[in-house]
Ligand binder design. Structure first.
Ligand code: PMP
Length: 292
């Protein structure tokens, strides 16, 4: 079936999904986005993703031309038209076409785009074996320059990390903040486990408030694991019993090696495995139903 893309109120083919080269999302990374999963016909954490989108929009003073409940309906309709039960949704709101100057007042009409696709990121065996990863020299944007809580289209900071990850031959890398505390991956949040306690950096260290991160924090509570949101350093990562990344696409993926230090037994540890199992149970049942 041919893919259908939502573009400013129209449902168009991939070939017809075109926007202006004057769009400030293209010219300046001026805009925001969300990556959302659909599992078993349910949009996982739909409200949380839309809340984050509308918060990002408010923060950068971008008017989304749809109310949040209308956006929810459009999401559902786009998925239905693509007849997808499992996949990935990319929702983009850019500042829209303007002139060559920076001034967002010259871009009065935002572009709203929804792309729905099949997803394959890591093979299933990667979840058992764990990823090899490295720390990189690129530091996280400081919150008073571009707050990492804003899921903006300006992903150059993250892309620089990805380039370093590529050069090191790994899929995901660890980024520190300007003080040397562990912030997050290029597009995933990070957790470590030490003596049965689960740690993740607080978002003020310089991390996106990940929806998967929040789900894992909640699952930890339900399963009775102690969860601490505390800043930590690379040393703490090296000596952790377990390390894992979380993200919409990656879900809960173990790390087996960081900067040539083997983590725990060098494969997915028991708490990571338990959390992934519970997370996968949750995604099957939780979320907004697309098909009645
Ligand atoms: N950090 C960054 C920089 C991200 O882009 C993402 C999204 N892939 C995450 C963390 C994870 O967030 P979520 O669980 O909401 O996908």
């Amino acid at each position: 079936m041919a893919q259908i893309i939502y573009l400013n109120g129209q449902y168009v083919s991939k070939e017809d999904a075109k926007i202006s080269v004057y769009d400030h999302g293209f010219l300046y990374g001026d805009g925001i986005f969300e990556g959302i999963r659909i599992y078993n016909g349910n949009i996982f954490k739909s409200k949380e993703h839309l809340d984050r989108l509308y918060d990002s929009a408010k923060s950068i003073m971008l008017d989304i031309p749809l109310k949040q409940d209308e956006m929810q309906q459009v999401l559902i309709e786009t998925i239905r038209r693509n007849e997808l039960r499992d996949g990935y949704i990319r929702l983009v709101v850019s500042r829209g076409p303007g002139d060559l100057g920076l001034d967002p007042r010259r871009s009065p009409k935002a572009n709203v785009i929804i792309i729905v696709e099949q997803l394959s990121i890591y093979p299933e065996e990667a979840y058992l074996r764990g990823l090899k990863t490295v720390s990189v020299s690129t530091r996280r944007n400081v919150p008073d320059a571009l707050n990492p809580k804003i899921k903006s289209l300006n992903y150059l900071n993250n892309i620089l990390v990805k380039i370093q990850a590529n050069l090191a031959g790994v899929g995901e890398a660890i980024m520190l903040n300007s003080q040397g505390y562990v912030a997050e991956g290029s597009s995933d949040n990070i957790f470590i486990v030490k003596r049965g306690v689960v740690y993740t950096p607080p978002c003020y260290v310089g991390a996106l408030e990940g929806i998967t991160r929040a789900a894992i924090i909640e699952i930890c509570g339900e399963l009775g694991y102690t969860l601490k949101e505390e800043p930590f350093t690379l040393h703490d990562v090296y000596v952790a019993d377990e390390v894992f990344f979380t993200g919409t696409a990656a879900e809960v993926i173990a790390v087996r090696e960081v900067d040539a230090r083997i983590i725990g037994e060098g494969k997915a540890g028991p708490i990571t495995t338990h959390l992934l199992k519970e997370f996968r149970k949750l995604v099957e049942i939780d979320g907004v139903k697309v098909y009645e």
